[in-house]
Design a binder for this molecule. Structure first.
Ligand SMILES: Nc1nc2c(c(=O)[nH]1)N[C@H]1C(S)=C(S)[C@@H](COP(=O)(O)O)O[C@H]1N2
Ligand SMILES: [Mo]
Length: 403
């Protein structure tokens, strides 16, 4: 494990210096706790960057709830609206989303006109595609905030299906359309392009909702309230917060946030290789990869000899269920099946646990999830190394000492 603390302080200090000038209302300081930066957040969260906020959740806190409370949920902002620094509901009352591009007519989706439409709720994993980035950096340095493993949570988003909203408004999507460009109302950092992604239109029309609730409460402002485009089973970057614009298009956007950011090479490259990302030679972060994460104990923990319980979570893109999670205490020579919780939902995570007698000394603990399509985690996660460190899903490997 790299020790991220010194790097963290450095990143935090430089981020604060840059952003104060860019956003006059920002008073974030490098040493502020999550609770000071975002009203309602738990002070135990790890601040990777104060502004725009990048905050991860200590893994042990994730063991306490099947549904991650807003107080504990990680935050990742590329930019940040000035009134969004709270887990309370957004105060915007007249929110509308513009709809345009290759459609039969342009339209405005007024949030408060959606009351008559049926609501859909998804319990689902929300995970930043940069989660676990620091683990890639063992093989070769990756650029971007060096996330540990806690850039993820399991939450319930509620809202109305985008396809139902379009039907309701009489908007037809033309046959030529392959993508939807989704943007939020957040203003870009100076010299940066506005945050925007192209989402594949078929998945969006099948699954996506305009979400207005999080865990049954009005959607927290920091998590995109009042409206967020939510597609279960896909990486966090595609879950566009403060949704204000949807443009239906034939071709994928070349916005900087869509290429070269948030993409992985089409085929494996040697760690450390430079890569000139284009729409053709790379893929946008989309389907979540099968993954297990050990939540307790954590890497570096000191345990007592005797029976210990290993606890964690596993998930995939929701296409099929997780069939097993295997644990190894001898670096992969032998594996033991962990006990799994009953799945609560197609897109949510399941919990695993295993009781294990540990003797004095140093122990490695590995975990590996396998799903019903046989998809699993590579033994060496760096096989998927990419310059920006996205989509880490290597076999989980931690070390603990027992006395
Ligand atoms: N409008 C907007 N949406 C956004 C972002 C952003 O900066 N602006 N960040 C994205 C990224 S990279 C992630 S991982 C998730 C994080 O969601 P959260 O902050 O609710 O945990 O939001 C995504 N949606
Ligand atoms: Mo992200």
């Amino acid at each position: 494990m790299p020790d991220p603390s010194s790097r963290r302080t450095f990143l935090a200090a430089s981020a604060a210096a840059v952003s104060t000038a860019a956003f006059p209302w920002n008073t974030a300081a490098a040493e502020d706790s999550a609770a000071e930066l975002i009203s309602g957040k738990d002070e135990r969260l790890i601040v990777l960057k104060p502004y725009p906020a990048v905050i991860e959740t200590p893994l042990k806190l994730l063991t306490e709830h099947q549904l991650t409370p807003a107080e504990l949920l990680f935050v990742r902002n590329n930019s940040q609206p000035k009134d969004a620094a709270t887990i309370s509901a957004s105060t915007h009352r007249q929110w509308a989303i513009s709809v345009g591009g290759a459609v039969s007519k342009t339209a405005r989706i007024a949030l408060n006109s959606l009351g008559s439409l049926p609501r859909t709720e998804y319990e689902m994993v929300l995970q930043c595609s940069g989660n676990g980035r620091s683990l890639f950096s063992f093989a070769a340095q990756t650029s971007g905030t060096q996330w540990g493993r806690g850039g993820m949570g399991n939450v319930k988003f509620g809202g109305v299906r985008l396809s139902a909203v379009l039907d309701h408004l009489g908007v037809e999507v033309r046959k030529s359309v392959r993508f939807v460009n989704a943007g939020g109302s957040d203003e870009p950092l100076p010299d940066k392009e506005d945050f925007l992604h192209s989402l594949p239109v078929e998945d969006v029309l099948n699954r996506s909702i305009i979400a207005t609730t999080l865990n049954g409460k009005p959607l927290a402002a920091i998590h995109g309230g009042p409206a967020r485009l939510i597609t279960p089973g896909v990486f966090g970057t595609m879950q566009v917060k403060w949704l204000s614009e949807l443009v239906f298009v034939a071709e994928e956007s070349t916005n900087y946030n869509h290429v070269p950011r948030y993409r992985v090479p089409n085929s494996p490259i040697r760690p450390g290789t430079k890569y000139d990302f284009t729409l053709q030679n790379s893929a946008y972060n989309w389907d979540l990869k099968v993954k297990s994460v050990i939540l307790n104990p954590n890497h570096g923990d000191a345990l007592k000899a005797g029976e210990n319980t290993i606890q964690g979570v596993a998930f995939n893109d929701g296409r099929v269920s997780i069939s097993s999670v295997l644990l190894s205490f001898d670096k992969g020579q032998t594996w033991t099946r962990a006990e799994l919780s009953q799945p609560e939902s197609q897109y949510g995570w399941i919990r695993f646990s295993l009781k294990k007698k540990l003797s004095r000394g140093t122990h490695t603990i590995w975990s590996r999830a396998i799903d019903e399509l046989g998809r699993t985690q590579p033994l060496d996660g760096s096989i998927a190394w990419n310059p920006r460190g996205y989509e880490w899903n290597g076999v989980e490997q931690i070390k603990v000492t027992v006395s």
